[in-house]
Design a protein. Structure first.
Length: 104
């Protein structure tokens, strides 16, 4: 498997937001809520990331409405979960090592 970490903060939060089926605007809202408004995804950033993660197999289309707007819902794949777990472990190591500063 190619090296996929570190993830950008946007990719990390998008993967977290599609742990259950979610559409683009829902992802934007959830990321903003999770970060207390600190991270606000623009549509270009979001859909570029969605396109890249879909191509890598990290997320997939869960459902698509057939009306004129064609709203798509996305959900994380097992590969995406593995990537997320790897990043979570990397961040955990970073935090654990940062605690070493408290001893000095």
């Amino acid at each position: 498997m190619e090296k996929n970490t570190p993830l950008t903060e946007s990719l990390f939060y998008i993967l977290l937001s599609v742990r259950k089926p979610n559409h683009g605007y829902g992802i934007i809202q959830e990321v903003e809520k999770l970060t207390g408004g600190r991270v606000v995804l623009g549509p270009g950033t979001l859909y570029g990331a969605i396109q890249a993660m879909t191509a890598k197999g990290w997320i997939r289309i869960y459902s698509q409405e057939t009306d004129s707007r064609k709203k798509k819902e996305y959900v994380i794949t097992e590969l995406g979960r593995e990537i997320f777990r790897e990043e979570k472990a990397r961040l955990g190591e970073l935090l654990a090592n940062a605690e070493l500063m408290d001893n000095y």
